[in-house]
Write a protein that binds this ligand. Sequence first.
Ligand code: SAM
Length: 154
Amino acid sequence: MTLQEKIQRFYDTSSGLWEQVWGEHMHHGYYGPDGKQPKERRQAQIDLIDELLRWANPPQVHQILDVGCGIGGSSLYLAEKFRASATGITLSPVQANRASERAEAAGLSDRTRFQVADALSMPFADQSFDFVWSLESGEHMPDKQNFVRSAIAS
Ligand SMILES: C[S@@+](CC[C@H](N)C(=O)[O-])C[C@H]1O[C@@H](n2cnc3c(N)ncnc32)[C@H](O)[C@@H]1O
């Protein structure tokens, strides 16, 4: 079994449980600069997104690519925040389907889409997006230089 197949199987089988425990965001939270601010878990996960945005300070966000999108937590949050379009890719068909369901429920299915694709072999033409987001998925990529190169090219 390839690494990609193992990752796919892991998220196909565990994403339902992750969603129950962690909600729609499959990443850690931001608890202030010293990591000690008491706050609710989901708020901390959203605060991490906002803190990273503050740091990145993107000049424009119209076409978002979310690399390793999970069940679409960040994609939908960013699409809504910036009134932008978002494409999320994941290795897991179960996640892509769940993300699409969540987009539908949020009324965002007209400008978001979720698909199975490998970040190390992007199916998009270069410069298809003006903002590339990737949160807690890079650790899965065996070739991190290729991952970053592909993200920049997208
Ligand atoms: C811990 S989850 C993070 C999900 C999401 N970024 C979030 O914050 O909710 C890791 C994600 O990385 C994706 N992933 C790992 N390797 C990938 C690859 N080579 N190509 C695309 N997605 C990948 C997994 O399918 C999974 O969706």
